[in-house]
Design a protein around this ligand. Structure first.
Ligand SMILES: [Zn+2]
Length: 405
């Protein structure tokens, strides 16, 4: 970002300090990316947690590890579930001017674990982009926020903040949700360093998301000798599936996606078991409740055949636009303008911990991380210049939120 005349002398100084670190930031990101932090990799997650908490402790923060909660066991067959229950690291920096009002949220886990082919950050020949697991989601984001806090401290400014790191965001934050919500209630403003929207824009609203499993029991029979004595769980699953599909409603922005499916063992046996897993998205919690009730209504009384059992957990509440979050977004947009950049606002169907923080009462902007794209794909990339300008934006934002600019 250009360092413009609209910035204060202190903001210019902090921005210049960050700009001088570009090569170091790229190298550091490459080191973090090479630490395997994919699903359930306790060793890698512990290593990265140690690195980031030590950096913040060097600024005077104290770290507490909040124990995690178990997640519903039924989620296991439809999606990845960790056997480990990682803690939430809470790094609190209490400045002389008072307790933290800003909660910064980051997640250490990545969708890919760099133990396979996709393991290192590679920089494009022109030096503009890097490709690697978690470069934007969200190792780059955590790096810019820590860099910003360090630059503020280097400028002699003592700001209070809390920085949390969970290790299960990509699998739904089931372990860390209650500890994150408890932290949300102690703060006034939430900042999360998920990747910016394309072009660096801010998400000002997000849909909610819920997971479900529908488990169906039938009666097995020989498909040739005794077909009509059987009760096909797969047929019942088909009927349930069409009812679920009908719950999607484009005009009300409700979607119900089904998959994976399980059912049957051989073509000559009437299947006595079938199951499906699915995900619902909804722009408001009332609509999520409505969808949830409709899914619950698919259950049949115990002992009936076919017997349909519903398990569900709608764990990511919707994050509608609220005045406090809009005001925070406008403040960030005004700052970005002072830095010569126009930030777009948008809503998204993607979910993150910002959903849960705001649901717990904390107005949150969660797209303050770096720019890039192809999240959750092996082509995930970062625009390397954004390590500098998003760290500058984050640093100036922290200064302005505290009236310290
Ligand atoms: Zn993320």
């Amino acid at each position: 970002m250009p360092i413009t005349e609209a910035l204060s002398a202190l903001e210019k100084k902090v921005c210049a300090d960050i700009a001088a670190q570009r090569d170091g930031l790229v190298n550091e990101l490459a080191q973090w990316v090479a630490i395997p932090t994919g699903f359930n990799n306790t060793q890698g997650l512990d290593e990265l947690r140690g690195i980031v908490t030590q950096r913040l402790e060097a600024l005077g923060a104290r770290t507490s590890l909040m124990p995690g909660d178990p997640r519903p066991a039924w989620l296991g067959e439809g999606r990845m579930v960790s056997d480990n229950v990682p803690p939430l690291a809470v790094c609190r920096h209490e400045a002389k001017c008072g307790l933290p009002k800003v909660l910064i949220a980051g997640h250490l886990d990545t969708v890919f674990d760099p133990r396979g082919k996709f393991r290192e950050m590679t920089v494009s020949p022109d030096g503009k982009t890097g490709n690697g697991p978690g470069v934007v989601d969200m190792k780059g984001g955590i790096l810019i926020a820590i860099t910003a806090l360090e630059a503020i401290a280097d400028a002699g400014i003592d700001l209070p903040w809390t920085f949390t790191f969970n290790s299960d965001e990509e699998t739904g934050s089931f372990h860390s949700d209650s500890a994150l919500r408890a932290e949300a209630k102690k703060h006034e403003i939430g900042l999360a360093v998920e990747p910016g929207l394309p072009g660096g824009g801010l998400a000002i609203a997000r849909k909610g998301s819920g997971q479900f499993l529908i488990d169906i029991r039938g009666r097995s029979a020989h498909a040739g000798r005794a077909f009509f004595e059987g009760v096909s769980a797969v047929y019942a699953l088909g009927q349930v599936l069409t009812k679920l599909h009908d719950l999607s409603d484009a005009t009300r922005e409700i979607s119900v996606n089904v998959g994976p499916l399980k059912g049957g063992e051989a073509t000559n046996i009437v299947p006595d078991h079938a199951a499906l897993w699915g995900n619902a998205r909804y722009p408001a919690n009332e609509l999520g409740d409505e969808v949830g009730r409709a899914i619950d209504a698919l259950a049949t009384p115990a002992g009936t055949l076919p017997e349909v059992t519903v398990h569900r957990v709608f764990s990511r509440p919707a994050k509608p636009e609220i005045p406090a979050t809009r005001a925070l977004a406008e403040q960030i947009r005004a700052l970005a303008r002072d830095m010569g950049e126009e930030l777009a606002f948008a809503s998204t169907g993607g979910v993150c911990d910002g959903n849960n923080l705001q649901d717990a009462g904390l107005p949150t902007i969660d797209t303050l991380g770096v720019r890039g794209g192809d999240l959750h794909k092996t082509s995930e990339w970062i625009e390397l210049d954004s390590l500098v300008d998003r760290a500058q934006l984050f640093a100036c934002l922290m200064l302005r939120l505290h009236g310290a600019n």
